[in-house]
Design a binder for this molecule. Structure first.
Ligand code: IPD
Length: 280
């Protein structure tokens, strides 16, 4: 435990709450300028950029030696450098497409790693005012109350979150969509109770963390989609793997998370796996 970890968390939480007001105001003002990043399914707004800047400015003022990996900074050309230093991994609005379409499922995500280990996560939906927090070893909370994953061990009693990963269509020499569809099909054939997809990786992971959904698989994610909710998920008693069943890698661009190891392994055995280049 770093001696100042509680202070790190408290400062970040204050900033996230201020950022929440900014996002809520922008959500209520139907005039945001939408910009396209790598493709028409990869969006950014002025609010994403303003929130990321506000969080990074605030944290670096409080902790000048800390490092940052932020979605919009990386889109703007910053290199991902994942070192042992305390590193804040930030997605200013996870669920930007939801934000643009005024679907109230979005999350400000701030995760902290120290010596490359996940230490704290804050996931805040400022529209529904649901605040999820976790510090490693101290439990996971929604608005201050403890949350826990379900106890589901089999696909045929589970609800799964899955996304086709629209941004991956060109992956695997154009074979991506076929593979993603067949993975969903195999889960249906295994008797899954249903699929859900909330348009935000963080919210999908939170749904697993609070026991409404039993597992979630997605390929093509980034560290900023996963870092903060990963701490919440683990502290809520969940498990996280690479979809192949090997160890989870925060920089590995994919996740299989679940309420139990048994369920994760059953899902993993039904997937055709795709490789992604790690981002660091
Ligand atoms: C996206 C969301 C979406 C996931 C994409 C992410 P963003 O994050 O989490 O659910 O399918 O891979 O990029 O761009 O809205 O921060």
């Amino acid at each position: 435990l770093h001696p100042d970890e509680q202070k790190f968390f408290d400062v970040a939480l204050g900033l996230v709450q201020t950022a929440g007001r900014l996002v809520r105001d922008a959500f209520d003002t139907p005039t945001s300028v939408v910009m396209i990043k790598s493709s028409s399914t990869d969006l950014v707004t002025e609010t994403d950029q303003a929130v990321e800047k506000m969080l990074i400015d605030g944290l670096s003022k409080a902790f000048p030696d800390h490092k940052f990996i932020g979605e919009e900074s990386v889109s703007g050309g910053a290199k991902i450098e994942f070192t042992d230093a305390p590193t804040w991994i930030i997605d200013p609005i996870d669920g930007t497409t939801n934000f643009v379409h005024r679907i109230p499922m979005i999350a400000i995500c701030v995760g902290l790693t120290i010596k490359k280990q996940l230490r704290a996560g804050i996931v805040f939906n400022p529209i529904t005012r649901e605040l999820y927090t976790a510090q490693t070893g101290r439990g996971a909370f929604k608005n201050g109350f403890p949350i826990h994953v379900s106890n589901n061990k089999t696909i045929n009693t589970s609800v799964l979150c899955a996304s086709m990963g629209i941004h991956n269509v060109k992956a695997m020499g154009g074979k991506w969509l076929e593979m993603a569809q067949s993975n969903i099909r195999k889960q249906i054939e295994a008797g899954v109770r249903g699929h859900r997809s909330f348009g935000s990786a963080a919210i999908n992971m939170i749904m697993v963390s609070q026991g409404c959904v039993d597992a979630y698989v997605e390929y093509g994610l980034h560290a900023w989609d996963m870092a903060a909710p990963a701490v919440v998920l683990l502290e809520a008693g969940g498990v996280m793997f690479d979809p192949s069943g090997s160890d989870f890698n925060l920089m590995g661009r994919k996740i299989l998370c679940a309420a139990t190891k048994e369920l994760a392994m059953e899902i993993s055995s039904k997937l055709t796996h795709a490789d992604f280049e790690p981002e660091a």
